[in-house]
Ligand binder design. Structure first.
Ligand code: SF4
Length: 339
């Protein structure tokens, strides 16, 4: 690819956009590039992704297809679609992330060039630096400039995480990072720990407006990014075997932290139908929880009505439990006890 002045790069608002958008945006801006993000997921984007993607793909991957298709029609010079393998030592990302660039190329005919560097930090930062240098040479940029641009941009992820720890979900933290003011939430009648992948929990089309519904029901929903990561990792390390998926490990640790936290009334885990890692991680969590736990599975066929019914029933049960309304009441009536 030849270097042009100020090319425009498209970043799909899907998958790890929610963890790394500020870093990726800053990286390209440091190089003098323009960044275009696809809009929040809507029916048209989702439907297009569902129609184009391989049928075995999970819903979030299909949604990523939809965003890439959207960007490919916007005349961007390239689409950022990294091959994410690992973002820390001894842990990995779901294998579907490795195949994203290949799946997009195979399925989408009108696709612009992809920026598909492999990010595999299980091999240390030298591997990533080699990838960046290689890309710099191909684009005619200075390898030193590209490495520097990446290193400076990494600070944005630390900043994003610090916003989350002040009590904001990743999607909200990105809005704050972009300069939109956001009020801190006040106390609520119920506190629920909500677990799930960032691209499920922060995409209100995928999660069927889960957090909006919970808010209407008087729930303060907390997510793992808000917790102290050391506490989360320490809790996850209590498992007899290390969870080698980065996200899975955080979810296990987060669940164990919520389970011990007296302020948390119950736990909801939202997963996507057909998710391989969650089929194991959600089971591990479910078996260990002592607090009320609800597993919600969504896919492209899910409807909001079913979700609302389950949330209402769960919150109702939590309220009764917290208010001790049902303690000591036998299901057979008050005279069924004999002393
Ligand atoms: S972790 Fe699950 S939901 Fe996420 S990309 Fe992999 S299979 Fe899909």
């Amino acid at each position: 690819m030849k270097q042009k002045s100020g090319p425009r790069v498209g970043i799909p608002r899907a998958l790890f956009y929610y963890h790394f958008f500020p870093q990726w945006k800053r990286f390209f801006e440091n190089l003098g590039w323009e960044v275009q993000v696809s809009p929040p997921t809507n029916k048209a984007i989702a439907n297009e992704g569902i129609a184009e993607a391989v049928s075995e793909a999970c819903f979030p991957v299909k949604v990523h297809y939809g965003h890439s298709l959207y960007l490919s029609r916007q005349g961007v010079d390239l689409i950022f679609a990294p091959r994410l393998i690992s973002i820390e030592r001894r842990s990995y990302i779901c294998p579907k992330f490795m195949g994203i660039p290949d799946m997009l190329r195979a399925q989408i005919k009108s696709l612009p060039p992809l920026f598909d560097i492999s990010i595999d930090l299980s091999q240390g930062s030298r591997h990533l630096n080699r990838q960046l240098r290689q890309w710099a040479l191909e684009t005619g940029l200075s390898p030193h400039q590209v490495e520097q641009a990446w290193q400076q941009a990494e600070r944005e992820t630390d900043y994003l995480n610090s916003i989350c720890r002040a009590g904001f979900r990743l999607g909200e933290a990105i809005r704050i990072w972009e300069g939109h003011p956001m009020a801190k939430k006040g106390p609520a009648a119920l506190n629920i720990g909500v677990l799930g992948h960032c691209y499920t929990l922060n995409d209100s089309f995928v999660n069927l407006n889960l957090f909006g519904r919970l808010q209407e029901m008087g729930v303060n929903a907390v997510t793992v990014e808000m917790a102290d990561p050391d506490l989360v990792h320490k809790a996850a390390d209590q498992l007899p075997k290390r969870v080698f998926w980065t996200v899975g490990r955080d979810l296990v640790g987060g669940a164990l932290v919520y389970d011990r936290d007296p302020a948390i009334d119950g736990i909801i885990y939202m997963t996507c139908f057909g998710c391989g890692p969650d089929s194991m991680v959600a089971k591990v969590i479910e078996r260990r929880m002592k607090k009320p736990f609800m597993l919600l599975t969504v896919d492209e066929h899910s409807g909001e009505a079913g979700l609302i019914t389950r949330l209402e029933a769960f919150c109702d049960m939590l309220r009764r439990r917290r208010d001790r309304v049902e303690d000591n009441i036998s299901p057979h009536g008050k005279f069924s006890y004999s002393h």
